[in-house]
Every structure is written in structure tokens, then in C-alpha cells.
Design a protein around this ligand. Structure first.
Ligand code: DQA
Length: 150
């Protein structure tokens, strides 16, 4: 039995209302529920948090050490700006999968670079909210192969 942490950064509390042509009509609550169901079915648990504040996200990353087996993280716009979040991810020994709902590479140039990606296990980009499920599936697969602590 493992514990996965789902973190969402700034403005993702507005999913469903926010630019629905880019981010779709489903809410963050829908995302959390579906990822939780997937993990629970496989005997794992989910803790989910969203914050619009960089420092709060950093605190949750620090607190995950020793408690959580994998992190699914959509850092929102902090992806492109936050050295502090990158340092937080580097400071823990837990695999982080970076998720973006939209295809950031097909959007403005400032979204093409992720400051965090080099210290994450991997990145899922542009597959809509299915990206969160795919990240959960990755951790379940690691667990099934006995490669993760999950
Ligand atoms: C996002 C992409 C970011 O560029 C943007 O700032 C977001 C959402 C995504 O999920 O596509 O807030 O992370």
C-alpha cells in the first residue's frame, strides 16, 4: 500500500471555469476524484492539495519526504519561473511526474521551458486531464514491477 501526493499549483482551482477551450470543462474536484478512484482500486491512497502560493507548494513537497511514494505535480505557471520549486523537488528523494493539461509547446514561447522538468522523473504534456491518470498509471506500474515503494 502506497501513498501518492497530487499537487496542483496556481489557478488550477479554476479548472472548468478557466479558459475552457484550453483546459476543458472538468473541475479540479473531478480530477482529484478520478485519480483517487484509480489509486484506491489498486489499494493505494491519494492525498491532494492545491495552492496559489509557491511557498505552500514548497512546504507540501518537503513534508512528503518519508510519507509519500510518488508525486503528481501540475505546477501551473511556476513551471516556467520557480527555481525555488525546483530546489524543493531536488531536496527530496521521491519521484515527481510533472503534468500539464495543455500542450505547452504549442503555446506562447515562455511556456516552452520547464525549470522543473530536469529534476522530475518525467513529464506528461498536452493530453488534457488524462495526463493525471497517466501519471497515476505510471506509479501503479512501478509498484506492480516492484520498482517503486508504492
Ligand atoms: C499548465 C500550463 C502552464 O503554462 C499554465 O501556466 C498553467 C497550466 C497546464 O496544465 O497546461 O497554469 O500547467
Amino acid at each position: 500500500m502506497g501513498n501518492i501526493l497530487l499537487l496542483n499549483g496556481p489557478n488550477l482551482n479554476r479548472l472548468g471555469k478557466r479558459e475552457p477551450d484550453v483546459y476543458g470543462h472538468e473541475t479540479l474536484e473531478d480530477v482529484v476524484k478520478s485519480v483517487e478512484e484509480t489509486l484506491n482500486r489498486a489499494g493505494h491512497s491519494l492525498t491532494a492539495h492545491q495552492s496559489n502560493h509557491e511557498g505552500q507548494l514548497i512546504e507540501w513537497i518537503h513534508e512528503a519526504e518519508g510519507v509519500v511514494d510518488g508525486i503528481i505535480f501540475n505546477p501551473g505557471a511556476y513551471t516556467h519561473t520557480s527555481i525555488a520549486l525546483r530546489d524543493a523537488i531536488s531536496s527530496i528523494n521521491i519521484p515527481v511526474v510533472e503534468v500539464h493539461i495543455s500542450n505547452v509547446h504549442a503555446r506562447e514561447e515562455f511556456r516552452h521551458t520547464s525549470i522543473l522538468a530536469p529534476v522530475c522523473a518525467g513529464q506528461i504534456v498536452g493530453l488534457g486531464i488524462k495526463g493525471y491518470q497517466l501519471a497515476a498509471a505510471y506509479f501503479l506500474q512501478l509498484s506492480a514491477e516492484g520498482r517503486g515503494k508504492v
